[in-house]
Design a binder for this molecule. Structure first.
Ligand SMILES: NC(=O)c1ccc[n+]([C@@H]2O[C@H](COP(=O)([O-])OP(=O)(O)OC[C@H]3O[C@@H](n4cnc5c(N)ncnc54)[C@H](O)[C@@H]3O)[C@@H](O)[C@H]2O)c1
Length: 300
C-alpha cells in the first residue's frame, strides 16, 4: 500500500491526454505534481488549471530523450515541490511506418522517446528515492501494442519500445521491493489523447525536428487492429493508475472487455510454442540437459 496523499509526484507528458489525467487524479488524491512536458505551454496550462482549482502543481520543460534535460527537470521540480517519490514516466510518441520503410532517424526517435525516455527518467529519480528510504512508486506507460504486439499491426518500432517498457517495469519491481518502492507498468488500451494531431510536434531537433501534419495510420493497421475502437476519458485512466499505485500493482489495465483478448492471445502463443516443443521431443527424444553448478556464490 503506497499512500499518495502528501507526496510530491512528477508526470512526464503531463501536458496532454493520459499524462494530464494522471496529474489530475494524483492531485485529487492529495499529491502535489510537477507537470513535465516537451511542449512547455501545455505543461503551464495544466498546472494553471490545477492551481486554480486549489491543487498544487508546477510546470517544467523536459525532453525525455535527453538525460541532461531530465536532470534539470528533476532539480526544478524538487526545488518547487520538495523530494519527489512518485514518478510517472508517461511521455511518448508514435509511428505506423513499416520496418522496411521507416527512416533511421524516426526509428531512433521512437525507441529513444518511449523506451529510453522511461528508463532515463527512472534512472534520474531512483538513487535519491532509495537513499531517502521513504518508499514511493514508479510507473511506466507502455501500450497494449507492447503486451499484445500482434493486435495492432504496422507498429513494429513502437511495439518494440513499449514491450521494452513492460520488461523494464516488471523486472525493476524485483530490485525495488527491498526499498519499499513499487513498480507499475500501465499499457493503455484506448484513452482519449492528442497523439493523432500532436505527435509531429513532439519530434526533437536531433531526430529531424517538429512537423505539422497528423499521424498517418495505414488502412492495414486501422482496419485490422483487434483492440476495439473506443476510448476512455484520461481522468478515468489516471484514477485507475492511482489505484494501482495505492495497491502496489505490477500491471494496471483499463478496459475490462480486453481480458478475453489477452487470455486468448497468450493462450494461443503458449499452445503453439509448447505443442511444437512436445513434437520436437517426440521426434528427437528429450534434449540433454546440463545441471548448473550452484556451489559458487553469486556466479553467473
Ligand atoms: N491514448 C492511448 O490510447 C494510448 C494507447 C497506448 C499507449 N499510449 C501511451 O500513453 C502515453 C500518453 O499518450 P497520450 O495518448 O496521452 O498522447 P498525447 O499526445 O496526448 O500525450 C503525449 C505527451 O507526451 C509529450 N511528449 C512527447 N515527447 C516528449 C519528450 N521527448 N519529452 C517530454 N514530453 C514529451 C507530449 O508533448 C504530450 O504532452 C504515451 O506514452 C503513449 O504512447 C496511449
Amino acid at each position: 500500500m503506497t499512500e499518495i496523499r502528501g507526496r510530491a509526484a512528477v508526470v512526464t507528458g503531463g501536458g496532454s491526454g493520459i499524462g494530464k489525467g494522471m496529474a489530475l487524479a494524483l492531485v485529487e488524491q492529495g499529491a502535489s505534481v510537477a507537470i513535465a512536458d516537451i511542449i512547455y505551454e501545455n505543461a503551464q496550462a495544466v498546472a494553471a488549471e490545477i492551481n486554480a482549482a486549489g491543487g498544487k502543481a508546477f510546470p517544467v520543460h523536459v525532453d525525455v530523450c535527453e538525460r541532461d534535460s531530465i536532470r534539470k527537470m528533476k532539480a526544478e521540480a524538487e526545488a518547487a515541490l520538495g523530494p519527489i517519490s512518485l514518478v510517472l514516466a508517461n511521455a511518448g510518441a508514435t509511428n505506423f511506418d513499416t520496418l522496411h520503410e521507416i527512416r533511421d532517424s524516426e526509428a531512433d526517435w521512437i525507441i529513444q522517446v518511449n523506451l529510453m525516455g522511461v528508463l532515463q527518467t527512472l534512472q534520474a529519480f531512483l538513487p535519491d528515492m532509495i537513499a531517502r528510504g521513504e518508499g514511493g512508486h514508479v510507473v511506466g506507460t507502455a501500450s497494449i501494442a507492447g503486451f499484445l504486439p500482434t493486435t495492432v499491426p504496422i507498429h513494429t518500432v513502437y511495439a518494440a519500445a513499449k514491450m521494452g517498457i513492460v520488461g523494464l517495469m516488471m523486472n525493476l519491481s524485483c530490485e525495488l521491493e527491498e526499498h519499499r518502492i513499487g513498480s507499475t507498468v500501465y499499457p493503455p488500451g484506448g484513452v482519449i489523447g492528442n497523439m493523432k494531431a500532436g505527435n509531429e510536434r513532439y519530434r526533437p531537433a536531433r531526430f529531424g525536428g517538429p512537423g505539422t501534419g497528423e499521424v498517418f495510420v495505414p488502412a492495414a493497421s486501422f482496419a485490422n487492429h483487434k483492440v476495439g475502437k473506443n476510448d476512455l476519458l484520461p481522468i478515468e485512466a489516471g484514477r485507475m493508475v492511482c489505484r494501482g499505485i495505492r495497491n502496489n500493482r505490477l500491471i494496471v489495465v483499463d478496459h475490462s472487455y480486453q481480458r478475453q483478448l489477452w487470455e486468448e492471445d497468450y493462450a494461443s502463443h503458449v499452445r503453439q510454442a509448447y505443442d511444437d516443443i512436445a513434437e520436437y521431443e517426440r521426434e528427437h527424444g528429450a534434449p540433454e540437459k546440463v545441471l548448473w553448478d550452484t556451489t559458487g556464490a553469486e556466479s553467473r
